[in-house]
Design a protein around this ligand. Structure first.
Ligand code: ZN
Length: 128
């Protein structure tokens, strides 16, 4: 079973917390695992702390240090840094589900990482 979320991002670079949307989408669904997948090349999916927003700011800044925007990349579209950051963060997650709840830790949230926005991004939820 597949559900598709359409997530609008508002910034060029943004960590968008999608935990509530994902939790709503799995309500009433019988599954033990949830695969979350995004079919794009300049965004990513991560699980990390959603309590202190500075954590995601530090992660975005850390990725910027690894793949700075201003570097003489070969890719002519001008968004090579976004492709690299997307590769580092990855395009899918696998999360255990129990009794209709995501088995996330107390401080964990699910983030769509936008690296070349704003855009509308698709997120596929596959229940296993
Ligand atoms: Zn590109």
């Amino acid at each position: 079973m597949l559900k598709i979320l359409r997530i609008k991002t508002t910034g060029k670079v943004e960590a968008k917390d999608i935990t509530d949307e994902v939790q709503k989408a799995i309500k009433g669904v019988e599954a033990r695992l949830l695969n979350i997948y995004t079919p794009h090349t300049t965004c990513g999916l991560v699980i990390n702390e959603d309590a202190d927003p500075d954590v995601m700011k530090d992660i975005i800044e850390g990725l910027e240090r690894l793949a700075p925007k201003n570097y003489p990349y070969k890719h002519r579209e001008g968004n090579a840094d976004a492709h690299i950051k997307s590769t580092i963060t990855g395009c899918s997650l696998l999360i255990p589900v129990s009794e209709g709840r995501l088995m996330l830790g107390q401080w964990q949230g699910i983030f769509l990482m936008e690296f070349d926005g704003p855009r509308e991004r698709k997120v596929y939820l596959t229940f296993i």
